[in-house]
Design a protein around this ligand. Structure first.
Ligand code: FES
Length: 152
């Protein structure tokens, strides 16, 4: 077992986990943060994307013990309050991005990280930054539009 203490969406968390437990399991099964999804489990699809100290990581293949002392943000922690949306979430709604929706929390987390580093991304910037987030419904054109809308 390993003791884990980290900040999740601005709140301190402490728990004991089996060494090597992926962060995604801790988020979903121990802390009920089910907005982050399991897709491939191998770091290939991006459905499980969360932010570690502001940078996107694949939580399915990131051992939770390495987040000790650090800060994790999930889709649940993006908005500043329960009755507000993050500007990227708002743009997603306005552009009607989701189809089945399964990959979208990961898509949004990657988009937020992109815009934090590049406030006016080109289509090529978007395609490059979002290449690791797979959408089986093919919502890529709407994702691109929503990122441009959020950047306005
Ligand atoms: Fe983590 Fe696919 S579930 S990258």
């Amino acid at each position: 077992m390993a003791d884990l203490a980290f900040t999740l969406n601005g709140q301190q968390q402490t728990l004991s986990i089996d060494e090597g437990t992926p962060l995604l399991w801790v988020l979903r099964d121990h802390l009920a943060m089910t907005g982050t999804k399991f897709g491939c489990g191998m770091g290939l699809c991006g459905a499980c994307t969360v932010h570690l100290d502001g940078s996107p990581i694949r939580s399915c293949s990131y051992p939770a013990q390495y987040v000790s002392g650090r800060s994790i943000t999930t889709i649940e922690g993006l908005a500043e309050s329960d009755d507000a949306l993050h500007p990227v979430q708002q743009a997603w709604l306005e552009m009607n991005v989701p189809q089945c929706g399964y990959c979208q929390s990961g898509q949004i987390m990657s988009a937020v990280a992109l815009l934090a580093n590049n406030s006016a991304p080109t289509d090529a910037d978007i395609d490059s930054a979002m290449a690791g987030n797979i959408c089986r419904c093919g919502t890529y054109p709407r994702i691109r539009k929503a990122i441009h809308r959020a950047a306005e």
